[in-house]
Design a protein around this ligand. Sequence first.
Ligand SMILES: [Zn+2]
Ligand SMILES: [Zn+2]
Length: 123
Amino acid sequence: MIYVPIELQEKIIDYKYEIEHRKNTNNLLNKIKKKAIEFIYNNIEPFEENFDKNQADYMMSYITKCNCCNRHKEKRPTLEDYRNGYCPEYKTSIINLKYTCRCPCRHIARDICRIMNDEILDI
Ligand SMILES: [Zn+2]
Ligand SMILES: [Zn+2]
């Protein structure tokens, strides 16, 4: 057995608590930021006239980190994709009720890419 003095034990417990606390705070902060982005996306339009590339970049950096479920992490554009000018194809997706996660992260990430990266054709 290793003897750990009580003061040290207390310190270890304090550190553990601090780490947990920081983790929880960060999670909460990320949730709030994600909600804020959702709100902006749904309520402020037209998006491209209100936000520039850097602001969209900032939003993408959060929305692309969403951990809601595995399905939404698949084929979700990354921040790198966005910066490289990636524009997902426009397809009408059918809402599949068999999936329970209703998180809009992938939808918003794709749409920001389309809005900011697609070329505007003057005909
Ligand atoms: Zn999801
Ligand atoms: Zn999500």
